[in-house]
Design a binder for this molecule. Structure first.
Ligand SMILES: *Cc1c(COP(=O)(O)O)cnc(C)c1O
Length: 393
């Protein structure tokens, strides 16, 4: 050994032990975990002892985050995935096989729709779509090959509220796996496992993490066989999250309930403010009596009407451009659930793949905007939107 390279320099030494503990969750970036001997490894793999081995199969930062979301959802053994779409992928590929059929809500998240219409058919898994506010239409879409229903409780961007109680009944009657993407509603407004869901999915990227700096998903299943199938798919396909994102998201999640409550309060006030403008053709917020699903939202959601507000301005694309240009401090960005308010325009982002007729059928015109309301001072938000709308006069 030479004096300038001490033995411990490149040794993977253990962390110093301490009688006091770190208050903050340690960030554990290790991809691999060392065991004392082969017997200990056997114990781990055979379930006699708990331990980590290789981070694609799980790591402490994912465990800590999963357990917190499990507690929010009333779930057990949920998994964190690399994105919300990874959670959708793990569910579909874990639970379905060639020849199976899915009934999906007709206004699912754009990438979920794409997966069901373009990707899964290549593996022999097909899908039909139905309006989830119309239980009869959902039931009519069920075929003898149907295995699974995928729904979102509140649709994007028109904020329609699915008839969840009836859909849960249909799933039970036909022995279908009911998968609920709870990203928009969050467990603050709706806990799918309390209402007959078999699998719950989240884009943790959105409201749960809440700061647009971590991309993650979550999936939990009620049934142990489903759980094993989804777990296996996550590990084999490598849908595992990065420890750093989990660490960031755990920190964000700690204020989730406070952010949600404040954003929801702001959303109701901002919806009211927008409704007062001549240039605003309509405002969509489930908490407003003029919303088509207001009564159902009141019963189903607690009533927790959420932080999402949509509205349409008169004047088409020109007006849409003028509005966003007059609000330079507000992030015009195709996401939701950030701590700050963001504004998105479906026709040029999430729904740009549809034809103008297809968009019109959903009520998404060129002047249609969706707001993910944040926790700012409501006075500031009112002023900002007033300035944006004044640009249309
Ligand atoms: C964003 C989103 C997803 C996808 O999540 P990512 O984290 O972006 O992969 C799925 N469903 C809904 C409802 C979403 O809003």
């Amino acid at each position: 050994m030479t004096a300038d390279i001490p033995a411990n320099l490149v040794r993977r030494t253990a962390f110093p032990s301490s009688v006091s503990r770190s208050v903050v969750t340690p960030l554990q970036p290790s991809v691999v975990y060392a065991s004392p001997d082969p017997d200990a490894l056997d114990d781990q793999y055979e379930g006699r002892a708990f331990g980590y081995t290789y981070s694609r199969e799980g790591h402490p930062n994912a465990t800590v985050l999963a357990q917190k979301i499990d507690a929010l959802e009333g779930a057990e053994g949920g998994w964190i995935t690399a994105s919300g779409m990874a959670a959708v992928t793990a569910t579909m590929l874990g639970l379905l096989k060639q020849g199976d059929h899915i009934v999906g809500g007709d206004q699912l998240y754009g990438r979920s729709l794409r997966m069901l219409t373009q990707d899964l058919p290549r593996y022999g898994i097909t899908a039909s779509f139905a309006d989830p506010t119309d239980a009869a239409a959902v039931e009519a879409a069920v075929t003898p090959s149907t295995k699974l229903i995928l729904v979102e409780v509140v649709s994007n961007p028109t904020l329609r509220v699915a008839d969840m109680e009836a859909i849960a009944e249909i799933a039970k009657r036909h022995r279908l796996v009911l998968v609920v993407d709870n990203t928009f509603t969050t467990p603050r407004a709706y806990r799918p496992f309390d209402h007959g869901a078999d699998v719950v999915i989240h884009s943790v990227t959105k409201l749960l993490a809440g700061h647009s700096d971590a991309m993650l998903g979550y999936v939990a299943a009620k049934d142990a066989d489903h759980r094993a199938a989804i777990d296996g798919t996550i590990v084999t396909l490598g849908l595992t999250p990065s420890p750093y994102d989990c660490w960031m998201a755990e920190r964000g999640l700690m204020s989730f309930h406070l952010r949600y409550d404040r954003a929801e309060e702001n959303a109701a006030l901002l919806a009211e403010h927008l409704a007062g403008f001549e240039k605003v053709a309509r405002v969509l917020y489930p908490g407003r009596p003029d919303h088509p699903d207001h009564n159902r939202a009141g019963v189903l959601l607690g009533p927790r009407f959420g932080n999402m507000v949509s509205f349409e301005v008169l004047g088409g694309r020109d007006a849409a451009n003028a509005l966003t240009r007059a609000m330079p401090d507000m992030a015009f960005a195709p996401t939701l659930g950030d701590i700050g308010t963001t504004l998105s325009h479906a026709a040029s982002s999430s729904h740009r793949g549809l034809t103008p007729d297809g968009r019109q059928a959903l009520g998404i015109m060129e002047g249609f905007f969706r707001i993910s309301v944040g926790v700012e001072d409501i006075t500031l938000l009112r002023e900002e939107f007033s300035r944006g709308l004044a640009a249309l006069a």
